[in-house]
Every structure is written in C-alpha cells, then in structure tokens.
Ligand binder design. Structure first.
Ligand code: URA
Length: 229
C-alpha cells in the first residue's frame, strides 16, 4: 500500500458506518442519517451519553420521550425542565400535568394515543430557551423519533418548537390552531401548557378557551384518520 493510500485510511470518509455511528454522541458535525436507530431504546442510549452540545455537561438524565411508540399523535415541546431532568421523562412537572388534562379532556390517552417528546433532550440550565446550536445538535434525534413513531399528527407545543422545527417566527397566538404541512406530515402549533399556567382565564377568546378549540380540532382529525386506516 502506498503512503498516500495508508494515510487516506485516517480520513473520515474511510470510517465504516459502524465507526461513524459510535461517534454520533460525540460531535454535532457527525450526521445521524435516517435509519440509524432500529428502536427508541437504542436512540435513548445515545442520548444518555451525548455531548453533541454543552447541555450534556449539566444534565442528570437525557429526556427522550414517553407514551406509545406507535402513537398517531406526537407532541413536541421545547426542552426538559427540572422535574424532567430529575426523572428522565418529558412533561411531568406542572406544565406536563396540564398537558395530560388537556389531552384527557378529549379522551386522548398518553399511554395509547400520544407520544410526547421535546426538540432538546437535555435541560438548559435555569430553564433558559435552548440556543439555535443546541437545537440543531439535537434535532436529528427528533427526526429519528418521528421516523420510528411515524405519527399522523404532530403538535408543536409553543413558539420555540415551531421556530426550531419549521423556521416560522410568527407569534404562537397568530398560528396556533392552524394545520400546516411539515416534513410531509400534518402538524398544528398549540400553546405551550406553561403559557396556559400563566394565563388562567377561561373566558371566550382567552388562551385556555382557544386551547379547548384546538384540542377538539385535533380530536376530530384523529377520529378521521383512525377511520381511514
Ligand atoms: N416544557 C417543555 O417544553 N418540555 C418539557 O418536557 C417540560 C416542560
């Protein structure tokens, strides 16, 4: 083998796909091609050893997801908070309890009908909004989760989730409740439950009232899709 050939063995392009896969949790520059993970536990294992961004330094647990692994509906939030970091489960704090109630109000069961996750799998210190770099580093895991669960409906909880995934910077009040196509899927931005906790009014036109309209529209679409499959 010539010197040239031998040296070229050290180039990234000569790493075989298994070596590349091992490197995924080490650097955001390593791509996560569709089909990398055969299952959610396999993906979770990488998330729990991941340092693609600085949030890996401060997490207690990576927060991967909960709910049905083949759910028709996926809810995508922003990033874990303290309760989620401690338990390793998304939306289990006050906001999560409200989300459960909202879903239960139209008889959607998180064990059966919904898979819940976030763009970022690790908690940003002090619950700050994740940076663009942190979202970009983590998004490929979410894309794999979407591929594995294959939901027919995706709900973006809050403006950060909408902006992080679709690039749409409009305020959530403008776009909530509107069906949109993203990634070839039917999606709807909804208020983040934390926002509803800060806006308790139930009057006609209030955020809580609007959420009630939106979740009924989601339920109607869910029934329509279920009938057609
Ligand atoms: N807020 C989020 O966006 N996600 C969680 O998991 C908890 C709170």
């Amino acid at each position: 083998m010539s010197n040239e050939q031998q040296l070229s063995l050290f180039e990234d392009s000569n790493l075989n796909s298994n070596d590349q896969k091992e490197l995924i949790p080490t650097d955001a520059k390593i791509p996560i091609p569709p089909g990398t993970y055969a299952s959610m536990p396999e993906l979770a294992q990488h998330c729990n050893q991941c340092h693609r961004c600085g949030l890996g330094e401060t997490r207690t647990h990576a927060v991967v997801g909960r709910g049905h692994l083949k759910a028709l509906i996926m809810v995508v939030g922003e990033a874990p908070g303290q309760n989620e970091d401690e338990t390793g489960l998304p939306f289990v704090g006050k906001a999560g309890q409200l989300l459960e109630k909202i879903l239960a109000s139209v008889k959607l069961d998180t064990e059966k009908d919904v898979f819940i996750c976030n763009i970022n799998k690790c908690r940003p210190p002090g619950n700050r909004v994740p940076t663009t770099e942190e979202m970009e580093a983590c998004k490929p895991y979410l894309f794999e989760q979407i591929r594995l669960v294959d939901p027919k409906i995706i709900l973006f909880a809050g403006a950060t989730a909408v902006k992080g995934l679709t690039g749409d910077k409009r305020g959530i009040s403008k776009i909530r409740g509107q069906w949109m196509e993203w990634d070839g899927r039917l999606c709807m931005p909804i208020f983040h439950p934390s926002y509803l906790l800060r806006n308790q009014s139930r009057e006609v036109g209030s955020p809580k009232w609007l959420m009630w309209q939106d979740i009924q529209a989601v339920r109607a679409k869910f029934d329509e899709i279920r009938k057609s499959i």
